[in-house]
Write a protein of this length. Structure first.
Length: 61
């Protein structure tokens, strides 16, 4: 897998994932588990949704 998530995109995904998980915990709602998706893509530095569109926010080639 070639990295396609840049540093700014990665930071946004981590913050957004933590916010979603926190919201789920605060509301005792299982939908907070959706926050694991942005966290996983941030730590893997690879987003499968970017592939069909050829998007890459990573500056390294």
């Amino acid at each position: 897998m070639k990295a396609n998530v840049g540093s700014t995109d990665r930071s946004i995904r981590i913050v957004l994932g933590l916010i979603i998980i926190g919201w789920g915990v605060m509301n005792a709602n299982w939908l907070g588990a959706i926050g694991l998706v942005p966290l996983a893509t941030a730590f893997m530095r690879w987003c499968p949704a970017y592939l069909p569109f050829g998007i890459s926010t990573c500056k390294t080639e």
